[in-house]
Ligand binder design. Structure first.
Ligand code: CMC
Length: 381
């Protein structure tokens, strides 16, 4: 049997959602280059494109935006449930639980009914940001803020999270970040979403399982660790020494490396530009110089192995400037990636076969069962 650890290079589905050219650093959603979407589109328009395959007409976009706006609120029952979560718990765990809880409220499982599918998409896109913001206020001992209908999607999320209306430039930059993180083919969380979808369970379970997968430090969780690493380095002059030690001790550098890219992740380049745009307007984050010094040092030492900054390397610096706490970086990633997960959910249902891979068994052959009283001799084994 041809075993590939981590399924490297093994296709597990046909997909028309997103294409990565890892040698040339190109990424497209439904054929549209990420650079164009990030420059001209909005997150909700990109979400529509990803999920339904085409850019919406002006009327369809207005309808979709209006539906999402109408469903932003979450039930007081969900909020009350979140109040029982420990304030010290990680917001990704809170998000996973609250996303799963939506299945209790909308549990028809009518996944072959187009209206149910549309409603589920709208609810998840609308409510995930509200739940992320709600947990942030709840854990500070405050009541969550209700969404504001006069604010667009990203501006409203920042308002619910930071309790103040943000500058339009900040909201636009945040919206562009969401576009950049919305989809990335068969990464671990999307694969997880497709596996869950293939059992024909409800979409809330699909998203909850993907959120749990995104949380790990080798995946979405890396964006938090990048800031910790930059702070540990402290000043640009220490970047080289830190990198030497990491290479010496075979420690992974967070925010670097990607299974698909052999060059700098195109999303990292755009995020770096967004960081610079934010700093020009609102003042520089001193860790930015550490980050650029580190990237320069890494070019000679990790570059020859095809290891370059990935999407997580500069995103944290942008989020930090927007006033987003560090442990919310990955939930923010989830707010965006829910678009890609839902696109894959629909695509999976369109040509479904349950995922059930095989294994190469390495355990014992059939053994004789020993009664408990005869197992004393095993103590010393
Ligand atoms: N720092 C140092 N060395 C690395 C790194 C890194 N970040 N990434 C890969 N390598 C080396 C690794 O040590 C190995 O070297 P060798 O062949 O000498 O043993 C080689 O490159 C291949 O590494 P791998 O772990 O087998 O590669 P992978 O394709 O299985 O893993 C990855 C991809 C993203 C998990 C990995 O690059 C990594 O752990 N990066 C750090 C965590 C991170 O930034 N994750 C975010 C990924 S992008 C966004 C997302 O998915 O959420």
């Amino acid at each position: 049997m041809n075993f590939k650890p981590g399924l490297e290079g093994v296709p597990v589905t046909h997909s028309s959602i997103c294409d990565i050219d890892g040698l040339n650093g190109k990424l497209t959603y439904r054929g549209y280059p990420i650079e164009e979407l990030a420059a001209h589109s909005t997150f909700l328009e990109t979400t529509y494109l990803l999920i339904w395959g085409e850019l919406p007409s002006p009327q369809k976009l207005r309808d979709f935006e209006a539906e999402v706006q109408m469903h932003r609120r979450v039930s007081f029952r969900v909020r009350d449930m979140m109040k029982c979560f420990p304030a010290t718990g990680h917001p990704m765990d809170a998000l996973q639980s609250s996303a799963a809880s939506l299945g209790l409220f909308y549990s028809r499982r009518a996944i072959d009914n187009p209206q149910y599918v549309y409603d589920a998409v709208v609810r998840l896109i609308a409510k995930i940001p509200t739940m992320v913001a709600a947990f942030q206020l709840i854990r500070k001992g405050q009541d969550p803020i209700q969404p504001r209908d006069d604010l667009a999607y990203s501006a409203n999320f920042l308002y619910m999270l930071t309790e103040r209306e943000q500058d339009p430039l900040a909201a636009r930059i945040f919206d562009r970040c969401l576009i950049l993180h919305a989809e990335h083919s068969l990464n671990a969380s999307t694969f997880s979403a497709r596996v869950t979808a293939s059992t024909l369970t409800d979409p809330y379970a699909v998203i909850a399982s993907a959120v749990g997968t995104l949380a790990g430090p080798l995946h979405g969780g890396a964006n938090e660790d990048v800031i910790a690493m930059l702070e540990e380095i402290g000043v640009p002059g220490r970047a080289s020494e830190y990198l030497d030690q990491a290479i010496d001790k075979k420690r992974k550098v967070m925010g670097f490396g990607h299974r698909e890219y052999r060059v700098k992740d195109p999303r990292a380049s755009i995020l770096q530009e967004l960081a610079e745009e934010l700093f020009a307007r609102f003042g520089k984050d001193e860790m930015y110089d550490v980050a650029t010094a580190f990237e320069k040092e890494a070019q000679d030492r990790l570059g020859p192995k095809g290891i370059f900054p990935n999407v997580d390397f500069y995103s944290g610096l942008v989020y930090r400037k927007l006033g987003i706490p560090r442990d919310l970086f990955t939930p923010v990633f989830a707010i965006s990636r829910v678009a890609g997960w839902l696109a894959h959910w629909r695509e999976q249902l369109g040509a479904n076969r349950i995922f059930r891979p095989s294994q190469i068994y390495t355990g014992e052959k059939v053994r004789e069962w020993l009664p408990l009283e005869d197992r004393d001799a095993m103590e010393n084994v």
